[in-house]
Design a protein around this ligand. Structure first.
Ligand SMILES: [Zn+2]
Ligand SMILES: [Zn+2]
Length: 262
């Protein structure tokens, strides 16, 4: 039976797919995942994401400079990114945000980079995909001070607490869950997931990373495996699977303003 799930966050341009995206997409469609948002992580990768999205029906792109690469986000790079974002297959600015786990760029570089991205999203009237790791309070603060007027904001790969989920929802933002929600030690994330109303909830693989259980040993995650995460989240929400799939896809289309898929 057709499900038409959408993988709202994957990196199909990454070398782990070895240029074999066509087969990845075929396996995805066979598993009922028939839409994809491939997410750029720097200027060159965002360009690749736009080019890849042009090749596949139902594939869209998000463009941004990831917080890890924030040091490369000078004025010229942001200007180029904005140009790229005008492509009709681009449906979001992202992923952007703060990652204080690695600090590959300094916190200050990351904060400035995030603010530039929020300004761009506002100007282009695009939603924003937020990457947030060990930086929840700072991220919320910047979104509050510089995110006003942005139509939709999602915390991708959410693995926070019930308290953090409540804050995200209270602000009117969205939560997207990866395979983390299937991991044995992820009770905290499962408790948080239960709280999220279906019209504020999305799902994603973050492929090639984060393979869900029971496929966690598969080194290169791919959109076909989204179905495992979907099943766990449907159960947490106490929803029959096809009803869940329908509802989560409706939320995704609304969030990104996607056209009707095939
Ligand atoms: Zn991320
Ligand atoms: Zn990602």
């Amino acid at each position: 039976m057709p499900m038409n799930l959408i993988d709202t966050h994957c990196h199909l341009t990454f070398e782990q797919f070895g240029g074999d995206v066509k087969q990845v997409i075929q396996r995805s469609i066979a598993a009922g995942i028939t839409g994809w948002i491939t997410v750029g992580t720097d200027l060159a990768d965002s360009q690749k994401a736009v080019e890849l999205a042009a090749r596949f029906e139902n594939m869209f792109a998000a463009v941004a400079i990831h917080p890890h690469e924030a040091k490369s986000a000078d004025q010229a790079a942001i200007a180029q990114l904005r140009e790229l974002a005008r492509n009709q297959k681009v449906v979001a600015i992202g992923e952007t945000g703060l990652d204080f786990h690695y600090n590959f760029s300094t916190p200050q570089q990351q904060q400035e980079c995030l603010i530039r991205h929020l300004e761009s999203a506002n100007e282009l009237n695009l939603p924003v995909i937020i990457h947030c790791r060990e930086a929840f309070d700072d991220t919320v603060e910047i979104l509050e001070s510089s995110g006003e007027g942005i139509k939709n904001i999602v915390f991708h790969c959410f693995s926070g607490s019930v308290e953090q989920a409540k804050i995200v929802l209270e602000k009117g933002w969205y939560i997207s869950l990866t395979g983390v929600v299937t991991f044995k030690n992820a009770n905290k994330t499962r408790e948080a997931a239960k709280l999220v109303p279906i019209d504020r909830l999305m799902i994603e693989t973050d492929a090639p990373y984060m393979s869900p259980e029971p496929m966690r040993k598969q080194k290169v995650n791919e959109p076909a495996l989204l179905v495992h995460t979907a099943k766990v989240v449907a159960e947490l929400k106490g929803m029959e699977f096809t009803k869940f799939a329908e509802a989560v896809t409706a939320t995704t289309k609304q969030f990104f303003g996607l056209p009707d898929l095939v």
